[in-house]
Design a protein around this ligand. Structure first.
Ligand SMILES: Nc1ncnc2c1ncn2[C@@H]1O[C@H](COP(=O)(O)OP(=O)(O)O)[C@@H](O)[C@H]1O
Ligand SMILES: CC(=O)OP(=O)(O)O
Ligand SMILES: [Mg+2]
Length: 414
């Protein structure tokens, strides 16, 4: 039987896996996800062919490793899933790792690369931990299957020096790897290729402002098919606010917030050394702190349930608008399109309309019917601009990080 590719996207509270055929382009065989690992009970979502299914998981799954093992077992034991019945059917496992330091490309896991990634964990304990736990598990339990790690940061290696450098002591910056890296790059790579194809333009001549706005949110300026700036920085905390993240704030705020800020957080483990300040700004801020919910669909509504919900929405719009203005100027006004992606970007017609209306001076104009309808299930890119508009296109792209990894794996290894 032909072998398959497994793509894994592990976050702090969820693990998503997708099986693909090992061909170019890969075809989806099955898709499974566990969410709510940190807020039990966990929920399983499973899709195979036309079969869709959601359930609460009874077992205790308290780590990303537990969730990954559960998902694998669940898929392997599905009698309808004849294409993958055991690890013997897998050729590669692709892992999304958020922080890849100076890596410009995906790497195959071996003793040396795993050791190097271990070093990076100190720079990004909150974001690399779950993924690397699963990489380590695969090394032990699935030793015959080759693991490839794909990095969110790799897409942004083209950001110019003056933009990626923080104005601090450069010896210290270099010794500690303190610079802007940028994230969500696997998603930006998928979006760039899909949108360039949709616009019928070569990638290397495509200029875009792309928003990946989900529970973590960032925005990227792409010039001639290359990232020239993005809102996240050394870590995914910088830039836009998110479900539980503050986004950019005056760094001095940390010293006034609590005098415990610099100490190790009570949530810190022996593997994960994070300070109280990191914990507060990454996990106890954003929409959760402002409104009590992390679900933006409760915030992005015509009649918000409270003033706090309205404020959260207005803050998000303001921060995104600021970046769009800045990136439009950085791209010299030569812009093919503004692209909305990620859970919020793909689903919130209200946020898209509010932002496009506020950016009319850049020539953006929206078709309200197309915008309200949003993309169909299988529609990767949808144009929501007014037909008569001569300005940049307003587009929605249903991004797919798992597919992007499987696609590159199949392209370069088949
Ligand atoms: N209709 C909607 N309107 C606004 N936000 C939505 C809607 N549906 C889902 N979302 C938001 O999308 C976010 C999840 O985005 P996603 O990109 O899937 O997340 P993750 O960052 O976990 O990968 C959640 O914060 C959710 O509230
Ligand atoms: C980089 C990052 O913030 O990822 P996510 O949006 O998946 O949390
Ligand atoms: Mg995500």
């Amino acid at each position: 039987m032909p072998k398959s590719i497994l793509a894994v996207n592990a976050g702090s509270s969820s693990v998503k896996i997708t099986f693909y055929t090992f061909e170019n382009p890969p075809r989806t065989i099955a898709d499974a996800a566990i969410s709510g690992i940190t807020a039990p009970p966990p929920t399983l979502k499973y899709q195979q062919g036309d079969k869709k299914h959601k359930e609460e998981v009874k077992e205790k799954l308290s780590t990303p490793q537990d969730a990954f093992k559960y998902l694998l077992q669940r898929c392997f034991s599905d009698p309808d899933l004849s294409e993958v019945t055991s690890v013997d059917d897998l050729e590669y496992i692709c892992h999304r790792v958020v922080h890849g330091g100076d890596y410009r490309d995906a790497v195959e896991i071996n003793d040396e690369t795993l050791d190097h990634l271990k070093g990076l964990e100190d720079l990004a304990p909150l974001h690399n931990f779950s993924a690397l736990e699963i990489v380590r598990l695969c090394r032990v339990e699935l030793p015959k299957v080759r693991s490839i790690t794909f990095f969110d940061s790799a897409f942004h290696q083209t950001i110019p020096e003056a933009i990626r450098t923080y104005p601090i002591n450069q010896e210290i910056a270099e010794a500690n790897g303190l610079r802007k890296y940028g994230f969500h790059g696997i998603s930006y790579s998928f979006i760039l290729r899909s949108v360039a194809q949709f616009l019928n333009k070569p990638i290397e001549k495509t200029n875009l402002i792309v928003m990946h706005i989900g529970s973590g949110a960032s925005i990227c300026a792409i010039k001639d098919g290359k990232s020239v700036d993005t809102s996240m920085g050394l870590t995914p905390l910088a830039g836009l606010p998110g479900a539980t993240r503050s986004g950019s704030i005056d760094p001095s705020l940390v010293f006034h917030y609590t005098n415990e800020a610099g100490k190790l957080s009570p949530g810190s483990t022996s593997e994960m050394h994070i300070s109280t300040a990191e914990d507060i700004l990454n996990k106890q801020s954003g929409w959760k702190a402002l409104t009590g919910t992390t679900d933006f669909s409760q915030i992005a509504v015509e009649n918000p349930p409270s003033k706090a919900h309205k404020l959260a929405f207005d803050i998000f719009v303001d921060r995104i608008q600021g970046y769009i203005g800045s990136y439009y100027v950085k791209l010299n006004g030569e812009l093919d399109g503004v692209v909305f992606a990620g859970g919020i970007g793909e689903k919130s017609a209200l946020l898209r309309r509010t932002l496009i209306d506020k950016c009319q001076c850049l020539g953006l104009a929206i078709d309200n019917v197309a915008n309200d309808k949003g993309p169909e299930d299988e529609e990767t890119v949808k144009d929501i601009s007014k037909g008569s508009s001569k300005g940049p296109r307003a587009l929605v792209c249903q991004t797919n990080e798992q597919f992007e990894m499987a696609y590159h794996c199949a392209c370069s290894r088949s």
